[in-house]
Every structure is written in structure tokens, then in C-alpha cells.
Ligand binder design. Structure first.
Ligand code: HEC
Length: 111
């Protein structure tokens, strides 16, 4: 009896650990892609460098259903005029559309 209880606790802990890894690895993917693709040279999560802080971007477009699509296009093609006169260089086609979308979703989740 005692043995069974501890086994189910171990099983429950295992499931909890799996759930934790699953949710945090999603966030890490966006962060890792942003590191790998040099985005963090110009952007901080909560401070402006050359480009806006990602938290400010997330705040600006919060509740906008088109934000991920719009930001993906901007990351891909580059552009200026939203945050100031300095342009963001284009990141596509060097960075894939799929990776760009993961980063756009991650940026929107930083708020
Ligand atoms: C050379 C510097 C530089 C690099 C590298 C860079 N950015 Fe930017 N980014 C900027 C600047 C400057 C702006 C502001 C453009 C504007 O005002 O329209 C910007 C804007 C943005 C925005 C907000 C767009 C908007 O219209 O509000 C997002 C999201 C973003 N960048 C993500 C990324 C991602 C993801 C990467 C890496 C793949 C990246 N940036 C790489 C400089 C950079």
C-alpha cells in the first residue's frame, strides 16, 4: 500500500516535470532563435537598444489579432518609421518564414 502511494507520487512528479519542460521549451525556442539570428544585438527584451524593447512592441500591439502576421512581415522585409527613423534591415530570406513566425509570437508573449 505504502509502496503504491509513493509510486503514484513519482508518476505525478514526472508528469509535472514533463509539462514544465514542454511549456518552457516553447519560450526558449523564440529566445534562442532571436539570439542565433542576431536580433538581440539591436533589441533588448525590456530595454531599447537600436530597435525597440520587445516588451514595448508587445504592449503596443496587445489585443491586435493581426500583430503576429504584421510583425512577421516587418521582420522579414525590414522597414522604419514606426519607432523612429532608424530602419530595421530585412532578415528574410536568410531567416525562414517559420522561424520568423516563432520569433514574432515570442515577441508578443514578452509582455
Ligand atoms: C541592425 C539592428 C536590428 C536588427 C539586427 C534587428 N532589428 Fe528589429 N528593429 C530594428 C529597428 C531600428 C526597429 C524599428 C523600426 C521602425 O521604427 O519601424 C525594429 C523593429 C522591430 C520590431 C517591431 C516592428 C514594428 O513595426 O513595430 C520587431 C518585432 C523586431 N524589430 C524584431 C526583430 C527580430 C525578430 C530580429 C532578428 C531576426 C530583429 N528585429 C533584428 C533594428 C534591428
Amino acid at each position: 500500500m505504502k509502496h503504491q502511494v509513493s509510486l503514484s507520487i513519482i508518476a505525478a512528479l514526472g508528469i509535472a516535470a514533463l509539462a514544465l519542460t514542454a511549456s518552457s521549451s516553447y519560450a526558449a525556442t523564440g529566445a534562442e532563435l532571436a539570439q542565433k539570428n542576431n536580433c538581440m544585438a539591436c533589441h533588448g527584451i525590456d530595454k531599447k537598444i537600436v530597435g525597440p524593447a520587445y516588451k514595448d512592441v508587445a504592449k503596443k500591439y496587445k489585443g491586435n489579432a493581426d500583430a503576429v502576421a504584421m510583425l512577421s512581415k516587418k521582420i522579414k522585409d525590414g522597414g522604419s518609421g514606426v519607432w523612429g527613423p532608424i530602419p530595421m534591415p530585412a532578415n528574410g530570406p536568410k531567416v525562414s518564414d517559420a522561424d520568423i513566425k516563432v520569433m514574432a509570437e515570442w515577441v508578443m508573449a514578452t509582455n
